[in-house]
Design a binder for this molecule. Sequence first.
Ligand SMILES: Nc1ncnc2c1ncn2[C@@H]1O[C@H](COP(=O)(O)OP(=O)(O)OP(=O)(O)O)[C@@H](O)[C@H]1O
Length: 575
Amino acid sequence: MEELNKKTVPILPWMRIPIDVSLYEDCPLETLPCLDPSSILLVPEFDISISVLVEFLIRLKVALQNMGISSLFPVQVAVWQETVGPSSCERDVCINSPTGSGKTLAYALPIVQMLSKRAVRCLRALVVLPTRDLALQVKEVFAAVAPAVGLSVGLAVGQSSIDDEIAELIKRPKLEAGICYDSEDISQELQSAVDILVATPGRLMDHINTTKGFTLEHLCYLVVDETDRLLREAYQAWLPTVLQLTHTNHESHFPCVNTFLPSTFGSLKTIRRCGVERGFKDKPYPRLVKMVLSATLTQDPSKLAQLNLYHPLFLTTGQSRYKLPEKLESYKLICESKLKPLYLVALLQNLGGEKCIVFTSSVESTHRLCTLLNFFDDLKIKIKEYSGLQRQSVRSKTLKAFREGEIQVLVSSDAITRGMDVEGVRNVINYDMPPYIKTYIHRAGRTARAGQTGRCFTLLRKVEGNQVVRLTAGNPSPRTQPVGCVMLHWFTTLRPSSAHQWDEKRFKKLLKKADNNSCPVHPLPSNLIESHRPVYLFALEKLKETVESEASWKRKIGFKYSRMGKGKGINGLKK
Ligand SMILES: Nc1ncnc2c1ncn2[C@@H]1O[C@H](COP(=O)(O)OP(=O)(O)OP(=O)(O)O)[C@@H](O)[C@H]1O
């Protein structure tokens, strides 16, 4: 169902009549409707004085300019027009827009603008993202614009202890000396310290279940970013829980919801109060507006049904379902399976130390490949791994160094790089061919962002038929085979089903699902490849020693490598 041909008509009727974002153009901030202070006189429904609002709009524009933004991108203009203004947000919004097209600001700016009219502080916007690094990235965007209009942004991702996080999110009443309040009474007085919360599902559920004073009853906006990824993972039923807690009627649309809600949930269950109490004049029940986004938004009705969307408005770019960034150039390199690392080294040298992300198919091969590459001292490129097997603190440190340019090459598996926005990434290399077009889109989308140019290289294995049969039939154990064979086993996943089909053929089929699918061969000078061969052989020997010593160390400390390696990393992320 997911890998539909690009010409397939969506099943859901509202997806068949989209708003085409490609018909919009960049819009300078000066001419953006409703960001111009004079335009607010046309919209007389505020809880704060007009003069304060005018001041806010001026400050919001300055905040955007301080971010280096002088005009809005097409998707941002389209979402702005559909969400801000007199007919604001009567419908939920689904956005399918290419990687790097500016989806974060597309929802952050309207939310901040709309909430600038609020009179009292309470949690009104919740943004959910699948990973901590992504949540941090999105929080930075909100933090750059929200304070300009007096809004406060919080983060719930488990980066700090739960107590520290609660202290940031909940404002406690000042206790008078000598008076000891009952904790139950205090909960009546507690108030949100933030207007906007950016969260990962796990930590969000912790606060819903246990944090006194944490409530979603005032929520006006729910953003589900990287929707297709979040819908794949149930994460303690976070979505039905949030929808139940924000539902305005006494009748639940989710009759089954109570069956999985934790027992502590009962005391926190709230019926959303009327709008006047929440600081919205003349609107009895400001509806919860949902915004869902992805570069590869699912069209699967059963998956989208989980969101319980209200008259959804579908914004997409162009006719094709899968769209690559306009200035992305795709190239392929075809080589023998056992020479892939050698080609990669030559390619990295060819790219001359430009910022680059190398994608592999698993956390294990990420680790091995990165270890191997670091034996090539001549490369003079700082290379680090970034994978779900690492602790969050290690990952964050690596990402920071990559952002700051101390590291030039990041070797990574898929799970944690979706949505990652690192300035100056000029190249993406698919060391292992992506299995799906969606994977290709999200990997390639780490470059050619925000209208910049970028290149995506894919290494394809030229496997001889008899070689495949020999290897797959024998299934050689890395322990008993000579180094060359061991490496071949480690660096290539030869599946019997693919024995008859070269990567090239499968890759061509995969790319056909995207609009701009031309992918010429990237030539590498053979002398460049050959010049690394002696070090390659040495590096393979060193890698073997390293892997063996790591394995014995893990055995010693009782590390259950096989359990971690099969399907999930230590943080529960799929490989
Ligand atoms: N109007 C703008 N002018 C200039 N730069 C912008 C503008 N809007 C966004 N950007 C920049 O574009 C980059 C990509 O934005 P963003 O991360 O929101 O893309 P995205 O569509 O969410 O991508 P992905 O699908 O990969 O998550 C960011 O570096 C952001 O700062």
